[in-house]
Design a protein around this ligand. Structure first.
Ligand SMILES: NC(=O)c1ccc[n+]([C@@H]2O[C@H](COP(=O)([O-])OP(=O)(O)OC[C@H]3O[C@@H](n4cnc5c(N)ncnc54)[C@H](O)[C@@H]3O)[C@@H](O)[C@H]2O)c1
Length: 438
């Protein structure tokens, strides 16, 4: 049965569904559509669906001009109606995988999606999970929910896992250029999943099982998490010794082999690096394994905002000011440079800590006009314009995200005091005494 689907995919006669049209799903929908597939996007958020139907993007990585053209050509459509799943030949699931309030994996989005798809799947459909999750999710959680509809994976349905490696803010590596790992637990599913992606991305990397593909994604993100923790720890250590960690990294980077540079920061952010390692450590317990590296990295990284607040208090102290009553301008609230996404950003943690200590906090972010209240924080503020008067009225400018669109020379010229967690002022601060690294 899989040969027929493979043929349809190769000849671009298939309709591809994408469930979850967020930071991952929308770029993926574009990649499939640009490869010549007709794409049907499904999301529970009617606002997103309406905007796609109007050809209007809400994600920087997919310009409205591109989406508008794909919509006009009828290559991309969107709906909230899961009954329309019967129109698709293959479907990629890109729903969130957050943590619960108790910091355990929250796989409920995947489970609900499986339950919503099952009654409407046609025999011969391929389902691919792309959400980051622990090894075993595709086989243990998704497969039984899909099979509850009466079709059996490997016989009537195809099922695979292919981790998403989207890197928001990175123009050089669009979805279609990033190699795609694909794992499945039977031959037919693997062949169908390879056929789905090989037309849309430059390189497909098949692996022998869904668990290997799930574990691959976790290795990649845990590798980042642990290495970032290491440089964060060294930053604190070197700082006490009066050594600039950023200069050390630049020098170490000249070694042509055996060293890869990672950079310290104010704490981990985003939807991936702080969360994904927890998926593995949680699952490892089932096998009696303690993931000590992961736990330690989490501890070091989550302590960073405290260190930054301490450094900010020290810097203010040198200017004869207490933090209580001081005005702090957070420069950059996105979780990383050049993106418009503040979810899980260390800026939110810093905001909360500074306010609890009595500071008045404002922000500027060239990519984020407004910070609404999130799951953990009540903020509700507009981005301040980055001009000499905003800079001068702050007692301290705390650089949290090193967006390229910020004029750091202007910041150094007009701010009274700067705490720079990213070395963003490197090229313009000269020997300025009012810039502190943190
Ligand atoms: N953002 C990234 O850079 C990135 C990179 C790699 C992997 N991932 C992983 O990809 C997955 C998706 O992340 P994201 O950043 O795109 O999340 P997102 O929050 O931007 O998008 C998720 C979308 O899914 C929709 N949704 C939620 N429940 C749904 C349901 N039951 N049915 C249909 N739609 C539903 C939401 O409305 C939203 O539009 C996560 O597992 C994440 O860890 C994200």
């Amino acid at each position: 049965m899989h040969q027929e689907l493979v043929q349809r995919l190769r000849e671009r006669r298939a309709v591809v569904g994408v469930v979850g049209l967020g930071y991952v799903g929308l770029p993926l929908a574009r990649a499939f559509a640009q490869a010549g597939h007709r794409v049907l996007g499904l999301d529970v958020d009617p606002g997103k669906v309406e905007r796609i139907e109007r050809g209007e993007s809400y994600i920087d990585a997919v310009p409205t001009e591109v989406l508008g053209r794909l919509r006009r050509d009828e290559l991309v459509r969107a709906t909230t109606d899961f009954r329309r799943i019967r129109e698709v030949d293959a479907v990629a699931i890109c729903v969130p995988t957050p943590l619960t309030v108790n910091q355990d994996p929250d796989t409920s989005y995947i489970e609900r999606t499986g339950e919503a798809l099952a009654p409407h799947l046609r025999p011969g459909t391929l389902v691919v999970l792309e959400s980051t999750t622990y090894p075993g999710t595709t086989d243990e959680l998704l497969r039984p929910r899909l099979e509850a509809g009466g079709l059996k994976v490997g016989r009537d349905l195809f099922l695979a896992f292919s981790p998403e490696r989207e890197n928001p803010g990175d123009a050089a590596w669009s979805t279609s250029r990033i190699p795609k790992v694909v794992g499945a637990d039977d031959e037919g599913s693997r062949a169908a999943a390879i056929a789905l992606y090989e037309g849309a991305v430059s390189t497909v990397v098949p692996v022998t099982s869904s668990r290997v593909a799930e574990a691959t994604k976790l290795l990649e993100n845990i590798y980042r998490c642990v290495n970032i923790a290491l440089v964060n720890e060294l930053k604190v250590c070197f700082s006490r010794m009066g050594i600039d960690i950023f200069e050390v990294i630049e020098a170490a980077k000249t070694k042509p082999f055996g060293f890869q540079a990672f950079y310290p920061g104010p704490g981990l952010g985003g939807h991936c690096i702080p969360l994904d390692p927890v998926y593995l450590s949680w699952k490892a317990k089932e096998f009696g394994v303690r993931t000590r590296f992961i736990d330690l990295a989490g501890e070091v990284n989550t302590a960073m905002p405290e260190w930054v607040v301490e450094r900010t208090m020290d810097a203010l102290n040198e200017h004869g000011k207490p933090l209580r009553g001081s005005r702090v301008l957070l420069l950059g609230v996105a979780y990383k440079k050049n993106v418009d996404d503040p979810r899980e950003s260390p800026a939110l943690v810093l905001w909360d800590m500074l306010r609890r200590k009595g500071a008045e906090v404002e922000f500027h972010d060239p990519h984020i006009d407004y910070l609404g209240s999130g799951r953990h924080y009540a903020i509700e503020q507009k981005s301040q314009p980055l001009d000499p008067s905003t800079l001068a009225r702050a007692d301290v400018v705390l650089i949290v995200t090193d967006h390229d669109a910020v004029d750091y020379a202007l910041v150094v010229e007009h701010a009274r005091l700067i705490v720079d967690t990213r070395n963003a002022t490197k090229a313009v601060r000269g020997g300025a005494k009012h810039v502190f690294l943190a």
